[in-house]
Write a new protein. Structure first.
Lengths: 132, 132
DNA sequence: CATTGACCCTCCAGTAACTGGAAGCCTCAT
DNA sequence: ATGAGGCTTCCAGTTACTGGAGGGTCAATG
């Protein structure tokens, strides 16, 4: 199977597939003409990677997940531990973004948004009120 | 004022200040010895930048905000529009992360996390259930 | 006066995960 | 044989810094 077919079937762009080969996530063979030769298994792996990435796992996480995916003797606690870790990181990001949102929403609400220059948003960002 | 003082007063690391000069956000003069020579105004601007970045504005956003900050004739609607835009982007990110969290939390909960290989997380990521 | 330690300088490289584009084969159908 | 795709490699750019090497500068001390 050529890269285009694999891209269509896995949902992972050809360019990204080449990149994944570069960094050693997948190892397709080569045909005589130099084209990458993929198998069904590669399609599965790439779809797996696509889903893991969509859940926000990093490439390094994916490397681990992929080896667990292939390991018949894996212990589910290994998978769970990684996922819990990742979950925690997601929650941290959410918390940070929510705090930004709160501040920003408040400022936006206070700003008249008219033709005058007075602006609570600029004022909040300005440091003049300090150090004097 | 030298870069170290400015870094302490503004809260922006020296390395980052140099970077901001590189990309044209600030333009300190130079002393005879080649050291950057900063003014109070630079400290203000850098503190301003630090706050804007903490609210998640991109560097390009900051460039705009900084010019509005300096513009006595700005119209607050310009500031407000940018902030609203940014707010929307933050909300999108939050939504995406929350959806990841929901999926992941569900999977984590379903996973036994023991010594057996069976794992709902891996299964969810696997594409075998498709296309057959 | 020489040295030491804290600053300062520039330039180079690396981070994460791709993405776009140029230049150039391969293949199949007309 | 020619043209449209599809494939190849390699280079560069994205975001916003950060770390480090190699090397001047300055103020104070011995």
């Amino acid at each position: 199977m050529n890269i285009g077919d694999v891209a269509r079937q896995s949902g992972v762009p050809a360019k990204t597939i080449r990149y994944y080969e570069d960094i050693g996530l997948i190892r397709p063979n080569r045909s005589e003409n130099g084209y990458r030769a993929f198998t069904e298994n590669h399609v599965h792996k790439l779809a797996f990677l696509g889903r893991a990435r969509a859940l926000g796992f990093t490439i390094e996480d994916c490397r681990t997940l992929l080896s667990l995916y292939e390991d018949e003797n894996r212990e589910s606690m290994q998978v769970k531990a990684g996922a819990e870790d990742h979950l925690r990181q997601i929650e941290e990001k959410i918390a940070k973004l929510q705090s930004m949102r709160a501040t920003l929403a408040e400022l936006v609400e206070k700003c008249a948004g008219d033709h005058r220059p007075d602006c609570p948003i600029i004022e909040d960002l300005s440091p003049e009120r300090l150090a004097k």
